[in-house]
Design a protein around this ligand. Structure first.
Ligand code: ACM
Length: 265
């Protein structure tokens, strides 16, 4: 499976501009099986209020972004996962929409909201989901979900071979933590982060750390982008490698678990 991460700085509040950027990147490449794009990459990340964010939200399916991404993935015979601001049942979610060869096949709503996201979004109430993309089991989580190892564990125990991870990272720890997530669960991970800086009207600002990467089942980085450049990272993986959880003749990372001994509260 050939995966491509598109790392860029979304244009704040400019869905039309971001969709144009995304479409032109995808049209420029061929032979990509799965694109992974950053969190909230059609809208930008920082908003002064929910009222300012609300007009940029859309239903999935049903909105223009959904139909444009369906069209571009169909035209290019590819699949794509991107972060969006989703309107659903009169709530607003920080979501990742999943497209398989021209069809929207599902949406994951971010469970663990980071900092001021709690003022803007509702948190997702469904378990993290695994999607089948041309035979590959792809688990989806968004940015800060990384700090809760339960997220990747749930996805991996449900069969995920690859974790697709749209992100808008600001803390420096995540790229190294994803190496550990791969080692712990023997899964591939693909973190699609953004670059650039955004500001609120009171002067608060966030700078995003780039460094989008793909890790292999042994934690090796199979590719990584720089902190500042807009670029595409293409990595070919064999997802079936993630099905073998043995690290030697006597240890299997899933068989050896002792859930009956793990106190959960
Ligand atoms: C984050 O979850 N966007 C840091």
């Amino acid at each position: 499976m050939k995966i491509a991460i598109y790392q860029f700085a979304p244009l704040w509040g400019n869905k039309a501009g971001n969709l144009k950027k995304i479409e032109s990147r995808i049209n420029h490449y061929s032979g990509i099986d799965l694109w992974i794009l950053p969190e909230l990459c059609t809208t930008g990340y920082l908003f002064d209020s929910r009222q300012i964010l609300a007009p940029l939200t859309e239903p999935f399916p049903g909105g223009e972004t959904c139909s444009r991404i369906e069209a571009v993935t169909k035209r290019n015979n590819t699949s794509l996962i991107l972060g969006v601001a989703e309107e659903y049942n009169e709530k607003i979610y920080n979501s990742a929409a999943v497209f398989n060869n021209g069809k929207h096949i599902g949406t994951y709503r971010k469970i663990h909201l980071f900092d001021q996201e709690k003022l803007l979004f509702d948190s997702g109430g469904e378990p993290p989901a695994v999607f089948s993309i041309n035979g590959t089991k792809v688990g989806v989580m968004i940015c800060f979900d990384w700090i809760f190892p339960e997220t990747v564990r749930t996805l991996a125990l449900n069969g995920a071979q690859l974790i697709a991870h749209p992100a808008n990272l600001v803390l420096p720890y995540c790229p190294d933590a994803m190496v550990t997530r791969s080692i712990e669960k023997r899964v591939f991970t693909a973190t699609a982060n953004r670059i650039g800086t955004e500001r609120l009207s009171d002067g608060q600002q966030l700078t995003f750390i780039g460094g989008s990467q793909v890790t292999g089942i042994d934690g090796k980085r199979l590719g990584q982008l720089s902190r500042h450049e807009e670029n595409v990272l293409v990595v070919e993986i064999n997802p079936a490698e993630a099905d073998n959880k043995a690290i030697n003749q006597n240890n299997d990372l899933f068989v050896d678990r002792k859930p009956e001994l793990y106190r959960l509260n």
